[in-house]
Design a protein around this ligand. Structure first.
Ligand code: BGC
Length: 559
């Protein structure tokens, strides 16, 4: 998400911040602490999400082509621990199991993405269509529908066919617009009779900035100052083209909607009485959301105004966190100009904000309400589906008792409820994510799932975290009935997770012992590898380790 260097800048600045200013900021009439008891509008859709590369695995199965993420993750040093999405959650082989989990949660919708190279291995439709890939998504869609879960489909969640990257330079090249359109058209043709909600892109900001400017994501290019802008330009054009294709060829028959999922942090001015800070905060949000939303909603884009304007039937909003923003002039040396220097601002965080997981992810629920209000006022109150919202964890032992995730979901969904009361047209919410999964450059080190996945076990078993119980209650009550009940949900959720925790601990002990036996019989496996596999810095794992060492000692003596 945010480059690490930028985060450390935040940390430096945070100490000198005057934080009281936010308290006076009242345009949303929002006092931060208050909780609103009430329900969501009837028909509000509750869901959870995933994406193809993050969960499917089966990276080279059944005729799938390579994606830029397959190639990037196989390069040493790109991903934490050199993890890859090769098998990930094995979602490709677990349709029934996973739809079962969704049923357990009583989800109304499930958001997933289609892997372009699984359907079209080279990315070029006239080369070859992989019918086995089509079959997989057919099964997934049919199974969801049989279980009354509405599929919401993203066409592009970052896994560009590698061939298109190699031959054309990927999103640096205008030819992607047509290739993507052909892929989208194929999806409309094969799945459109059953899919009513399409999204062209997931978080195009990340595709452009992290893929082509900072190089933290695939394809890993560092084209400072030009890469992100060029990619974004082609992404916007591709989006518009696909929307027009649907509009002219499929809409009348299929009656679906085509939108785009944009992600953005909220940016709050450090000093609300300082015009420069107010403008910097506005720029911050514009450089995330506005970059894509302004052309799409207002057509404020040179040459292609009318073609791009209005190409959004609904807006997907992905949101996780907030920053304080202040004006900061970057030196304007031409050679060092980049997306980041162009924004001319500094990001800061409040040290009191909880940050249970990913380094960049602070829990700041009130920022969500502000972002939603911003979308309402800037883009003519569009229909919104929240496409991503959630939190990860860094604690490795008590994963299943995720009280902090309960708190995050409770507070963020409550701010969304307040936004709806403010008049924002939010129709659905997608918790991110259904499962723990491959987190891009962070590998498996960050867990966003409602369900824990044991990645060390080949079968990738899933275990419910406490937040499953809590989210389920929000869904079945369609909101928050009253304080007593909501607190009760939380207490019960945390109680039940301890049983699941014991199950998981027993399973982990079993597989650790199995690993050790395997290692003892494999003289080539280094001590270091064994340690990486079994050491986690928590008390419970230390005890597992001690028993393991003892076991090794006994076995060695017997030999
Ligand atoms: C991405 C997700 C990812 C999440 C957390 C989002 O912007 O779309 O794929 O899991 O960030 O890193």
């Amino acid at each position: 998400m945010l480059p690490r260097c930028a985060i450390s800048v935040c940390h430096v600045f945070v100490l000198v911040l005057c934080l009281s200013s936010a308290e006076d900021f009242d345009w949303t009439k929002n006092d931060h602490g208050s909780f609103y008891y009430g329900t969501f509008p009837a028909g509000f859709s509750w869901g959870a999400g995933s994406s193809a590369y993050q969960t499917e695995g089966a990276w080279d199965k059944d005729g799938k082509g390579l994606s830029i993420w397959d190639v990037f993750s196989h390069k040493k040093g790109k991903i934490q621990q050199n993890d890859t999405g090769d098998s990930s959650c094995e979602g490709y082989h677990k349709i029934k199991d996973d739809v079962g989990l969704m049923k357990e949660l009583k989800l109304n919708h499930y958001r997933f993405s289609i892997s372009w190279p699984r359907l079209i291995p080279t990315g070029i439709k006239s080369d070859h269509i992989n019918e086995k890939g089509i079959q997989y998504y057919n099964e997934l869609i049919d199974h969801l529908l049989e279980n009354k879960i509405t599929p919401i489909v993203t066409l592009y969640h970052w896994d560009l066919p590698q061939f298109l990257q190699e031959r054309y330079g990927g999103w640096q090249n205008i030819s992607m617009v047509n290739h993507f359109n052909e892929f989208a058209n194929l999806c409309f043709e094969r799945f459109g009779n059953r899919i009513k909600y399409w999204m062209t892109f997931n978080n195009p900001w990340s595709v452009a900035v992290e893929g082509y400017e900072t190089g933290e994501h695939a394809p890993g290019l560092r084209l400072r100052g030009t890469g992100a802008y060029k990619a974004a330009h082609h992404l916007i054009k591709a989006h518009a083209k696909v929307w027009h294709t649907y509009d002219t060829q499929w809409r009348a028959k299929q009656k679906g909607l085509v939108g785009i999922s944009l992600s953005g942090h909220w940016g709050e001015p450090v000093d609300i009485s300082n015009q420069k800070d107010i403008e910097a905060a506005e720029r911050y949000v514009q450089f995330y959301l506005g970059w894509f939303a302004t052309p799409i909603f207002h057509g404020d884009y040179p040459q292609e105004k009318s073609y791009i304007k209005g190409t959004c039937d609904f807006l997907g909003v992905g949101h996780f966190t907030t920053r304080y923003i202040t004006q900061k002039n970057h030196p304007s040396a031409r050679s060092s100009s980049s997306y980041f220097t162009d924004r001319d601002l500094a990001e800061l965080v409040d040290p009191r904000w909880p940050d249970p997981g990913s380094e960049w992810l602070y829990s700041v629920p009130w920022g969500f309400r502000r972002l939603l209000n911003f979308v309402k006022s800037q883009y003519g109150n569009p229909m919104i589906y929240v496409t991503e919202n959630g939190v990860s964890e860094k604690i490795l032992c008590t994963e299943l008792c995720d009280d902090w995730r309960i708190q995050y979901f409770k507070d963020y969904t409550n701010e969304m409820l307040k936004a709806i009361k403010d008049g924002v047209n939010v129709k659905g919410y997608t918790a991110w994510s259904l499962l723990d999964k491959f987190e891009w450059d962070e590998g498996y080190s960050e867990r966003f799932g409602l369900y824990y996945v044991d990645f060390r076990n080949k079968n990738k078993p899933r275990y419910p975290k406490a937040s499953v119980q809590f989210y389920k209650r929000i869904i079945s009550s369609n909101g928050f009935p009253n304080q007593r009940e909501v607190e009760n949900w939380r207490r019960k959720a945390v109680e039940t997770c301890s049983t699941s925790n014991q199950l998981l601990a027993a399973e982990e002990q079993r597989s650790t012992a199995a690993n050790i036996l395997r290692l003892i019989h494999d003289p080539l496996t280094s001590h270091m590898e064994m340690v990486t596999e079994i050491v986690v810095p928590t008390v419970c794992t230390l005890s597992i380790l001690l028993s393991a060492v003892f076991l090794m000692f006994l076995l060695r003596r017997r030999n």
